[in-house]
Design a protein around this ligand. Structure first.
Ligand code: ATP
Ligand code: MN
Length: 168
């Protein structure tokens, strides 16, 4: 029998990833499983441009900045669920540093995850303009596509309902 005990939801805090989390919650409660919410931060020592222009963390060392980002990401992840939802659900929040694809795949392997639930798109694609075919005519973002191809477990990809992919 197939049971989905450990469900991984990688999030970049996009609306689409939020939709993925609602699916993961439903599955976790059905299977009495746990949800691991994972956010991957860029490695700023390798990609200095990842710092961007942030007045808040200006003047901080690389490791101090990373610590701030991790704190922020953890807060943001917690805020994806209400207090009641957090209590009802067996949920953990994890941050990793590196490339999203590599870290998601590594986490899935290390933790022997049963299912990955993620968005088809993320924050890399700007909000669609009215009637805009692009970028929602791209069936999947690069992270989603590579995780689907290489994951050691099944992957459920979830589309944002307002941004349905329509074949021309
Ligand atoms: P691209 O990044 O190729 O420009 P995109 O941002 O629209 O396109 P993806 O990055 O593939 O699309 O996002 C798809 C899903 O991958 C997201 O909904 C989220 O579930 C996951 N994801 C993307 N980036 C991260 C990240 N940094 N940490 C965790 N999960 C991520
Ligand atoms: Mn992206």
């Amino acid at each position: 029998m197939i049971t989905l005990k450990k469900i991984l939801v990688p999030t970049d805090f996009s609306e689409t990833a939020k939709v993925a989390l609602t699916y993961a919650r439903a599955l976790a409660s059905t299977y009495h499983g746990s949800v691991h919410v994972l956010h991957v931060l860029p490695d700023a020592s390798v990609q200095p441009w990842a710092f961007g222009v942030e007045t808040e963390t200006m003047g901080l060392s690389t490791s101090e900045r990373l610590k701030r980002w991790e704190q922020k990401a953890n807060e943001q992840m917690k805020n994806l669920l209400s207090e009641t939802e957090r209590k009802q659900l067996d949920v953990r929040f994890v941050t990793q540093v590196g490339h999203p694809v590599q870290q998601i795949l590594q986490y899935a392997k290390d933790q022997a995850v049963d299912l990955i639930v993620m968005g088809t798109h993320g924050r890399g694609t700007p909000a669609p303009t009215s009637g805009g075919a692009f970028p929602w005519n791209v069936p999947m973002g690069s992270v989603a596509e590579r995780v689907v191809r290489q994951a050691p477990c099944p992957v459920l990809t979830v589309r944002h309902p307002e941004h349905e992919f329509v074949t021309p």
